[in-house]
Design a protein around this ligand. Structure first.
Ligand code: 13P
Ligand code: SF4
Length: 310
């Protein structure tokens, strides 16, 4: 790439030329968030992907998110700046193993967290995200037997909130599992007025300490609406960019991980860069494709989720 190029200008030009829309998750680097047409959590992004009339969707997020956009808008071109932007949580649930697991519980309904492959969604009855998981489980009859996967931490949180007894798949997110309870306790002692907020992919022992638990959009809204001026944030660090933009007078401290070498960045989300976003829009590559047969089967459980959360 010519280093003198103004990437913001070039991306905006290409976007108009190609009738493209840029959807970005809150975990993307700040420049990508700043150039996006829409920034959101997984639910907001899938709602946006379902209703856009752009011809090209550039999905600045990870593979399963771009796949979901393709399933919802199969006739559009869906691009992902880095085709290797995957997800440890999605990887923790290979569809062929999940199929066998599901066969053990033939009278159970299958709810899958959106952080999974299209193939896994095709094996599900309803999809959910972190912002509507509790609502979706509550919408089902009380005696409905449920399998929930792949995130065991979100699953345990939903069980606690709904009182339902669900069978959980043993998967987890590598970013949300690293928060250290003892270090958070010390940090809270040093900042007694700070609110501690956490994403439900965190472990139960961390969630127990939280003043508020919610999806990335939920966490952002909480920091805007709560009168506190300091927040300790247990989720991926990309969200702090929006928190600082929305509340410039408040301060945000990333929750400490248990290993001094670790950080709260998702290595998959952060594979996307502004340069890759520019190249992907220019070359219309890498493009995300999902087999027709999987699109047809995976679409129903996603649409069921969108209907319940409308
Ligand atoms: P939400 O977008 O639902 O907050 O989930 C966060 C996440 O881990 C996305 O990969
Ligand atoms: Fe997957 Fe976790 Fe990264 Fe989200 S933050 S994309 S769940 S690895």
């Amino acid at each position: 790439i010519d280093p003198t190029l103004d990437l913001f200008e070039e991306i905006n030009k290409l976007k108009k030329e190609k009738n493209a829309v840029i959807l970005a998750h809150y975990y993307q680097e700040s420049d990508i968030q700043d150039i996006a047409d829409y920034i959101g959590d997984s639910l907001g992004l899938s709602q946006e992907a379902a209703k856009t009339d752009a011809e090209v969707i550039v999905f600045a997020g990870v593979h399963f998110m771009a796949e979901t956009a393709k399933i919802l808008s199969p006739n559009k071109k869906v691009l992902l700046p880095d085709a290797k932007a995957g997800c440890s949580l999605s990887d923790s649930c290979p569809p062929h193993l999940f199929k066998k697991f599901k066969e053990k519980y033939p009278d159970h309904l299958v709810i899958t967290y959106v952080n999974c492959t299209a193939e896994l969604k095709a094996l599900s009855d309803i999809v959910c995200t972190s912002s509507n998981a509790v609502q979706i489980v509550n919408s089902l009859p009380k005696d409905q037997k449920i399998i929930f996967g792949p995130d065991k931490n979100l699953g345990a949180y939903v069980i606690k909130k709904t009182g339902r007894d669900m069978v959980l798949w043993n998967g987890a997110c590598m970013v949300h599992e690293i928060f250290a309870r003892e270090k958070i306790t010390k940090l809270k002692e040093r900042h007694p007025d700070a609110k501690f907020i956490a994403h439900p992919e965190c472990e139960e022992l961390v969630l127990e300490m939280a003043d508020y638990v919610g999806s990335t959009t939920g966490l952002l809204n909480y920091t805007v609406n709560n009168p506190a001026t300091q927040f300790i944030v247990a989720t991926e660090s990309g969200i702090i960019h929006q928190m600082e933009k929305s509340s410039p007078d408040k301060s945000f401290i990333p929750a400490p991980p248990n290993n001094a070498c670790a950080c709260n960045d998702c290595p998959h989300m952060k594979r996307n860069t502004l340069e890759k976003l520019y190249l992907c829009l220019k070359n219309e590559l890498p493009e995300i494709d999902v087999p027709r047969e999987i699109i047809e089967r995976a679409r129903k459980p996603i649409e069921r989720m969108l209907q319940i959360s409308a």
